[in-house]
Design a protein around this ligand. Sequence first.
Ligand code: NAP
Length: 217
Amino acid sequence: MRIALLGTGGVCHVLAPALLDLGHEVVVGTRSPRTTLDTNTAYAELAARLPALELRTFAEAVPGADLVVNAIDGPSCVAALTPLAEVLAGHVVMDVSSPMDWTVPDAVLDPVNTDSLGERLQRALPRARVVKTLNTVAARAMTAPEAIGDGDHTVFLSGDDDAAKAVVGDLLRALGWRDVLDLGGIRTSRATEMMLRMWIDAVTALGTSMIGFKIVR
Ligand SMILES: NC(=O)c1ccc[n+]([C@@H]2O[C@H](COP(=O)([O-])OP(=O)(O)OC[C@H]3O[C@@H](n4cnc5c(N)ncnc54)[C@H](OP(=O)(O)O)[C@@H]3O)[C@@H](O)[C@H]2O)c1
């Protein structure tokens, strides 16, 4: 597949090499490629290590992509992607964002309880096919589920389009996930986004971010 990976942060650093290793083409999206290459040292190093990576603006990265990944800062992603509603029409958008503003002390979830970023994104991009997933683990675990409990933990899918969820589910299994649980419509993003509060407290208690959730049947 040709995958547009929108975002140049920690998720990009983990997903880009893993997706290339799986044989996909990866085009990374950023606000300004020039600024990113000049000022984001970590990304410049990644790009030097992975010459196959392309870097484009968010809007330029999308056309021709079989899958789009939203790995943009949570509080900014809806505003960043709303102008791309037409460009994203018909595209599967794998949304890994978290509704957490880490810049404030004891960060709070926003939106929460009666709404979610997954739903906001789907409302902002009415003709895109948004699938929320991977937001319940640290970036490092997204492509290495086996590094936690021998891989015996659960990743969740939320989305209104079953075919889009099938595309994302196949990709997750290719990344090593064995327990892929389809929770239902995009409304169920509320549940997995709210798990972040538990994730933070469990990570703090255990002193490691390499933890996962397991739904025991
Ligand atoms: N890191 C993790 O362990 C982890 C785990 C689960 C979920 N997530 C979620 O995954 C997403 C990506 O996380 P991350 O840690 O890789 O990166 P991040 O630091 O949360 O976000 C980096 C990306 O957001 C873009 N961005 C920041 N402010 C923006 C604005 N005002 N307008 C438009 N774009 C803006 C940046 O654009 P430029 O490229 O132009 O700088 C960059 O591409 C987030 O929503 C995060 O909550 C992260």
